[in-house]
Design a protein around this ligand. Sequence first.
Ligand code: SIN
Length: 296
Amino acid sequence: MPSATYAATAPRGQAFEIHPFDGAVGAEIIGLDLAQPLNDTDFARIHRAHLDHHVVVFRDQRITPEQQIAFSRRFGELQIHVLKQFLLAGHPEVLIVSNIIEQGAPIGLGDAGKFWHSDLSYKPLPSLGSMLHAQELPSEGGDTLFADMHKALDALPAELRKAIEGRQAAHSYTARYSEPKFEGDWRPRLNAEQLAQVQEVIHPIVRTHPESGRKALFVSEGFTTRIVDLPEDESRELLAELYRYSVLPQHIYRHQWQPHDLVFWDNRSLIHLAAGCPGHLRRKLYRTTIQGDAPF
Ligand code: SIN
């Protein structure tokens, strides 16, 4: 029984529904207002939905950056992106993802996610999950795609599974750094201090989700550079095969953004990709990134 004091001060529960999508992964959360304080029961339902569906979409969230930060913090410590120039003024926990140029300079990271990746897999403690909150959306394009890496692992043929057994791969922030895929020069040079923050790391190719215990493939074309202890050509071929199985169409959810969507995904279960939009259309989202565990 809650104590009288707790009952008097605990936030009231909200009546919201969780609707799994028809496809591979993902669920929509309807009727929840993240601008209101969340009680522990509602938080536990959201946490469960995130683990079960890997990506959850909260519609119509009129929240401030402070509220996004506070909600994100309930899942863990927040990570600050190495590109300091794209952090929201006064809120370094928020990375601006945007193609907008103001006074001749980009206001955010314009080509974030242009290769399939799991956020911050290039860190010793990669991200548990990320939240993107839509601020300005283009009238055309701008979708984000999510691919289920548990299903990717399950889909691997036996010989491929055997080839990666017990193996590790290197991840680097700079793996694709000088390869802008779309228009614009979004990637500022990294100074020595920034380079020191993104030294190459080694992670297992198959990781175990620390909360669900499920195994998932943990490599991506965005940040994985090589398989440890394999000749370069073998490593390249094996990675190409793994990437092919990572993005089978039946394992993908394509998010078409609606105004004020907040999307929260699990980087331990998914990789994601920004599909891009015509360069003249403005797109701006705020990202918070929650730190996870060392992959095992
Ligand atoms: C990201 O990779 O965090 C950005 C995804 C997007 O812009 O759709």
